[in-house]
Design a protein around this ligand. Structure first.
Ligand code: SF4
Length: 396
């Protein structure tokens, strides 16, 4: 995987004040990928050290009033061209900088106040379609014993749980809000495992309950609230789906967005609401662009065939009619299933970073789809699915 990184985050003393901002999590990511370091301000030939610069309207001015707009633009253009040649799919850029800032930049008053916006280089890089994040995102997604990665597994994908080196197990019946009457299908256990996979702290939930079984939206999202209580900040949802013909194929997929067609929402129920600050949750980028880009990079590096697309969650339990399949296709849906959408809403309400992976085990609307055929197809893709998840965990 090829990643572009602000040079100052890797310890190069290139900042305006002659210093650097070495960031351990970013340096670790760079060491595990093919990293390309950039410093647009140095590329522009700006001296270091020098007075600080900030964006003021459409210009960039030093604190002395000197206009350096042209130099910033030249540096951005030169670095963006290099990054495009390098073929990076992810850029980790220094937060708040007038060149590299993503999301927030200083407001032009040299007072430390921030406003929404991007630096000149980040603005230019956006045209390359590269996922851009700051060091804050990399740090926030870094797993640790205090912040393990939660992994919720769906039909046929539970084998991943056997890879966990366990530290302790938690019976689902001991999870607040999980229905006391819920039982797994024969041969399975409703038991979360806290431990590590390849040394990365995880909590694996090897099965879930569904709305179509008669449970409430709050009940089906109880595992998400539990993961959050345990300290998890990243959560991976893996689900079996049907691939909408013309939009996706049977096989592995990365979820990019979702449409909640269940008619339910955990944030409309008290049990779902009691842990969140506000029910009015921003669902833009509900599936973390950073985690999606990492997953795509891992898949490409390992030669795993993976598609990407929008997931539609339906109530179920019956499969889709031909008219419903046509409607889903018209809506731009690639995958349809009976889980995940409510869990993603809950996770976002709790501020967690979501990665959605799916195994499209059949074509949506195909005749003779049985639970057994879903399990059989899941078995065919189990190895690739495990390699993908392990690869993502290794890079986080
Ligand atoms: S231009 Fe970017 S890489 Fe260079 S010092 Fe500023 S924030 Fe760091």
């Amino acid at each position: 995987m090829r990643v572009c990184v602000s040079a100052c985050l890797l310890g190069e003393p290139v900042r305006y004040d002659g210093g650097a901002k070495p960031t351990g999590e970013v340096m670790e990511l760079a060491s595990k990928t093919e990293a390309f370091r950039v410093c647009p301000e140095r590329a522009a030939g700006l001296p270091c050290p020098r007075p600080p610069a900030e964006r003021v309207g459409g210009r960039v001015l030093l604190a002395t009033g000197e206009d350096v707009t042209g130099a910033f633009a030249r540096g951005a253009e030169s670095c963006a061209a290099s990054v495009a040649r390098f073929g990076a799919t992810l850029a980790v850029l220094k937060a708040k900088s007038p060149s590299c800032g993503v999301g927030l930049v200083y407001d032009g008053t040299y007072s430390g106040r921030l406003v929404p916006g991007r630096g000149v280089f980040a603005d230019r890089l956006a045209r390359e379609g590269i996922c851009m994040v700051t060091e804050d995102t990399v740090r926030a997604c870094k797993p640790s014993v205090e912040h393990p990665v939660a992994i919720v597994l769906g039909s046929g994908l539970g084998h991943l749980g056997t890879l966990v080196r366990p530290v302790r197990r938690i019976d689902y019946q001991d999870i607040d809000g999980f229905p006391a009457t819920a039982r797994p299908v024969p041969g399975h256990r409703f038991e979360a495992t806290v431990g590590t996979i390849d040394g990365v702290p995880v909590v694996v939930y090897p099965g879930r309950i569904h709305l179509y079984q008669g449970y409430s939206a709050a009940e089906v999202t109880s595992l998400v609230r539990h993961a959050h209580h345990l300290g998890c900040r990243d959560i991976v949802f893996a689900c079996a789906t049907g691939a909408v013909p013309g939009q996706a194929h049977v096989g592995l997929g990365i979820l990019t967005d979702q449409i909640n067609l269940t008619g339910r929402n955990p944030l409309a129920e008290w049990d779902g609401l009691r842990d969140v600050d506000s029910p009015f949750v921003d669902m833009n980028d509900a599936y973390s662009p950073y985690l999606r880009t990492i997953a795509r990079g891992v898949a490409d590096d390992l030669g795993i065939a993976v598609e990407e697309g929008v997931y539609a969650g339906v109530l179920g339990p019956c499969f889709e009619t031909p008219a419903e399949v046509a409607a889903l296709r018209a809506l731009g849906v690639s995958y349809v299933g009976m889980s995940t959408v409510l869990e993603v809403i809950m996770a976002r309400a709790l501020g967690m970073s979501v990665l959605g992976l799916t195994l499209a085990a059949n074509e949506s609307g195909a005749p003779s789809v049985s639970h057994d055929s879903v399990l059989a197809t899941a078995g065919e893709y189990a190895e690739d699915f495990e390699r993908l998840v392990r690869g993502v965990l290794r890079l986080l």
